[in-house]
Design a protein around this ligand. Structure first.
Ligand SMILES: CC(C)(COP(=O)(O)OP(=O)(O)OC[C@H]1O[C@@H](n2cnc3c(N)ncnc32)[C@H](O)[C@@H]1OP(=O)(O)O)[C@@H](O)C(=O)NCCC(=O)NCCS
Length: 357
């Protein structure tokens, strides 16, 4: 089914142009270009979902990644035909019939050995595309998976946690968003990573350490800058006292002990973290204040609300949830995502997979 370059060029020309996200947010274009150079394979468990199908076509036409779609093949084909998506150059796999299904069943058994998974339970379990995709990534048949246009975040996360497992040195899975600001906004095109905006509702200080370490790694790869990490609060360096402020201070203490190489500071209010004039007044001795590019929020409420404020009030582009802390790449999508977002998540999965090889 692989097409030659003339056919792919023809397909590219027939596709609608990508949205103006590429020209407005240069980091997104750079990420797509970096993915192109890697030629990784991304598997999509929601193979019949229309936005996923459109994204798959774009990924292949623009050579951003190789694509596998999972699902009953006739259903993928009829959904593609209804959406006017050409499947040439895209690999289709049915979880019930794939030639490497036995390998996937063995991998499921190994992943859940300690939980007592039986052979027949494993045979049943891998029929679920989220599980099958996570195991394809685990086995190196794909470099990353992307799902969540239909499936819940909890289901996407559990498949990754249970089938792929944790990255060395990270205890908890979390998620971040890449936030790119417009050049004509007060943030003048600065790029940020926000976390945890997807997984742990009320992280303890210990869980914030995991979030911080994993976000530093993600940010280093995506921003191609050294992470300058602010632990956010409603207090800056003792300006207020509360148990919630104490949590961020305790997290700072633990991070400094466990990961002394990280450039991290807190507790900082958002303005002190990112605006140099405010930082000069509120936290003059901080090496991070005013220059932070990684924002660690105290909980999922503030992180989720925070990235949506940046997006809706500030016109920023928000790409995620980028799942972090797993040994390999299994990413989530917002259910309100567009096909362009899915393309970007696949490109991010490709880039991050090159770092976890
Ligand atoms: C991650 C999440 C699914 C776990 O839910 P849960 O109710 O704790 O799930 P379970 O107790 O069934 O745990 C499932 C497995 O994941 C593990 N686990 C749960 N959270 C984890 C984390 N953050 N990191 C690592 N492992 C985790 C559990 O230990 C368990 O492992 P096991 O099956 O090997 O024993 C849950 O935190 C969640 O849904 N988060 C998403 C919140 C959300 O809806 N976000 C969307 C928009 S903001």
């Amino acid at each position: 089914m692989i097409r030659n370059s003339a056919q792919l060029k023809h397909q590219r020309e027939r596709l609608a142009p990508p949205s103006n996200i590429l020209s407005s947010f240069p980091i997104i274009e750079r990420i797509r270009n970096r993915a192109k150079a890697l030629n990784k394979r991304v598997v999509f468990p929601e193979g019949t979902e229309p936005r996923t199908l459109r994204a798959a076509q774009r990924l292949v036409a623009d050579k951003i990644a190789k694509v596998t779609l999972l699902g009953p093949i006739d259903e993928i084909q009829s959904s593609a035909s209804a959406c006017k998506v050409e499947l040439d150059g895209i690999t289709l796999e049915d979880t019930f019939k794939a030639s490497f299904r036995d390998k996937i069943v063995c991998a499921a058994l190994a992943a859940r050995k300690e939980k007592g998974l039986t052979q027949s339970q494993a045979e049943e379990l891998v029929n679920e595309p989220l599980i099958f995709a996570a195991l394809m990534v685990h086995e190196g048949i794909a470099d990353g998976s992307v799902a969540g246009a239909d499936k819940s975040t909890a289901d996407v996360l559990k498949a990754g946690i249970q089938m792929i497992g944790m990255s060395k040195g990270i205890e908890f899975v979390s998620a971040c968003f890449l936030i790119a600001t417009p050049t004509d906004s007060p943030m003048k095109g600065r790029n940020f990573v926000f976390a945890d905006s997807g997984v742990i509702p009320d992280p303890s200080a210990e869980q914030l350490v995991s979030i911080c370490k994993a976000t530093a790694s993600t940010a280093r790869v995506l921003l191609v800058e050294e992470p300058k990490i602010a632990l956010l609060s409603f207090s800056t360096k003792g300006s207020a006292e509360h148990a919630r402020v104490d949590k961020m201070r305790r997290a700072l203490e633990l991070i400094k002990k466990e990961a002394p190489e990280l450039n991290v500071d807190g507790e900082l209010q958002l303005d002190a973290a990112i605006i140099s004039d405010v930082a000069a007044r509120k936290a003059p001795n901080s090496a991070v204040a005013g220059r932070a590019n990684v924002l660690i929020f105290p909980d999922l409420d503030s992180a989720n609300i925070g990235y949506k404020l940046a997006e809706r009030f500030g016109g920023a582009s928000a790409t995620g949830p980028i799942v972090q802390g797993l040994a390999k790449q299994a990413h989530d999508l917002s259910r309100g995502c567009e096909s362009d977002d899915i393309v970007n998540m696949a490109a991010i999965a490709a880039i991050l997979s090159a770092e976890t090889e």
